[in-house]
Design a binder for this molecule. Structure first.
Ligand code: NAD
Length: 444
């Protein structure tokens, strides 16, 4: 099938690559000339496990092309995806300017029938706006071309995006037209073998499904962080509590890890946008507001533990080794990362940070540039040079089993702040280090 994809970010690039991998003819279009030129020359703009060889192989095979020319992309696509960003507007609602700009672009180039598929995460009712924008642009041209607008939200996880795309748990298709559903069924047939993964529904339900999924996951995280903070106050260990509740199949093991707060390009903005949609429709989303408030507070929690250890004002002049910068492991994405809040709090307190992340160093450099108070290090070990304390904020595998005896030698103040509960307090303390985790009331 001939596919065009607008937006070559995490979602567009991975989707396009996976569709090419199963034999479709894909043209990816982006307004970012540097990104497109890079991709045409084998430079992959993001880090995702398994993505690079797949992009290169499909590009070499001629099934995956990159362009900045929307006319070429629209002329190519019988299925046209919109996979551009939907960042938060000032009031927290989703900013649809990029999605609607693409809709108008499609309208101004469409010459033959197509199914337009919204893959960006967009508020309920957006498909109607996309349809209206395409229709208006067609009308301006005096053109009359059949098209459908379908909602097909994306559920891939950064860090496992290729795997998720190749083996999806479900493929949600929201459409009013049976022909459009059929077309997407054929497109996704290679990913829908062995058992049925396609859940087809009306457009609005599909649009809401994406927000409901992210809001549920964010709720689980904030719930556990709330429990962790209670555990800390009452002298209980949240890791014991986690095991006690996760074994209940109604609760389950997934997404019940307490930590330094959720970040990334999706949960924070999607929880906010859903709350805003609710409000605009006359419903106060009390739970969603609380999920967000708990997360905001949690992002400062590690710093509060540091203040508790050092005392107010005593972080001035300290050198902190920071392990992890990405918002989660296996990605270089730092959008809304908890590390960013911590860095700011540490700088405001007069501390210096020696930071290391296995994949996010370029991104950190791009965001902060050269600045006082930040030394970008070549390795986890390098970050420890001259450090007073260690903070771990991203749970990369390589941070999981440090030599605590060596840490004791390296860290002048002999203290570890573990923002992801990677370590057993007893192990750390046995090496003569002070240990602070999240919700580990027994050890604080
Ligand atoms: P991104 O910021 O990584 O990429 C968006 C791309 O769109 C950029 O390369 C940008 O240059 C391009 N773009 C903007 N305007 C354009 C236009 N008019 N024509 C062509 N390209 C244009 O975004 P992303 O992380 O891939 O997210 C895209 C959407 O998917 C968002 O709505 C997001 O909420 C949703 N989503 C993201 C994830 C994720 O893990 N990142 C997962 C599921 C859903």
């Amino acid at each position: 099938m001939r596919v065009a994809i607008f937006g070559t970010g995490y979602v567009g690039l991975v989707t396009g690559t996976c569709l090419a991998e199963v034999g479709h003819e894909v043209v990816c279009v982006d307004i970012d000339q540097a990104k497109v030129t890079g991709l045409e020359n084998g430079v992959i703009p993001i880090y995702e496990p398994g993505l690079e060889p797949m992009v290169k192989a499909n590009h070499a095979a001629g099934r995956l092309r990159f362009t900045t020319d929307p006319a070429q992309a629209v002329a190519h696509g019988e299925v046209i995806f919109i996979a551009v960003g939907t960042p938060p507007d000032e009031d927290g609602s989703a900013d649809l300017q990029y999605v609607l700009a693409v809709a108008r672009t499609i309208g101004s180039h469409l010459r033959k029938p197509a199914v337009v598929v919204d893959k960006s995460t967009v508020p309920v009712g957006t498909a109607d706006k996309v349809r209206a924008a395409i229709a208006a642009t067609l009308a301006e041209r005096g053109a009359d071309v059949d098209f459908d607008v379908v909602s097909n939200p994306e559920f891939l996880k950064e860090g496992a995006a290729v795997e998720d795309c190749m083996r999806p748990d479900r493929i949600v298709i929201g459409a009013d037209s049976p022909a459009a559903v059929e077309k997407l069924r054929r497109l996704y047939a290679p990913f829908n073998r062995n058992h049925e993964r396609i859940v087809s529904m009306d457009v609005r339900s599909a649009e809401l499904t994406k927000y409901a999924a992210n809001a549920m996951l964010a709720t689980k995280i904030s719930f556990m962080n709330e429990m962790a903070n209670i555990a800390e106050k009452v002298g209980a260990d949240i890791e014991m509590v986690r095991q006690g509740i996760g074994s209940d199949p109604r609760i389950g093991w997934h997404f019940i890890y307490p930590g330094a707060g959720y970040g990334g390009s999706c949960f924070p903005k999607d929880v906010q946008a859903l709350a805003r949609t609710a409000q605009q429709n006359g419903h106060a989303a009390t739970l969603l507001d609380a999920v967000e408030a708990v997360n905001e507070r949690q992002k400062a929690h590690l710093f509060e533990l540091m203040l508790r250890h050092y005392g107010e004002g005593a972080l001035r002049g300290k050198t902190i080794a920071l392990w992890g910068l990405a918002f989660k492991p296996n990605t270089d994405d730092m959008r809304e990362a908890s590390s960013r809040r911590l860095l700011q709090l540490l700088w405001d307190a007069g501390a210096m940070v020696r930071a290391y992340d296995p994949e996010a160093m370029d991104e950190t450099r791009r965001i902060f540039g050269e600045r006082d108070g930040l030394v970008l290090c070549d390795s986890a070990d390098d970050a420890l040079r001259g450090a007073d304390a260690l903070v771990v904020i991203t749970e990369w595998k390589q941070f999981r089993s440090p030599d605590f005896a060596s840490l004791r030698q390296r860290l002048a103040d002999a203290v570890v702040f573990d923002g992801r509960n990677l370590y057993e307090p007893d192990d750390v303390e046995a090496a003569g280090l002070a240990y602070y985790g999240i919700g580990r009331g027994r050890s604080i």
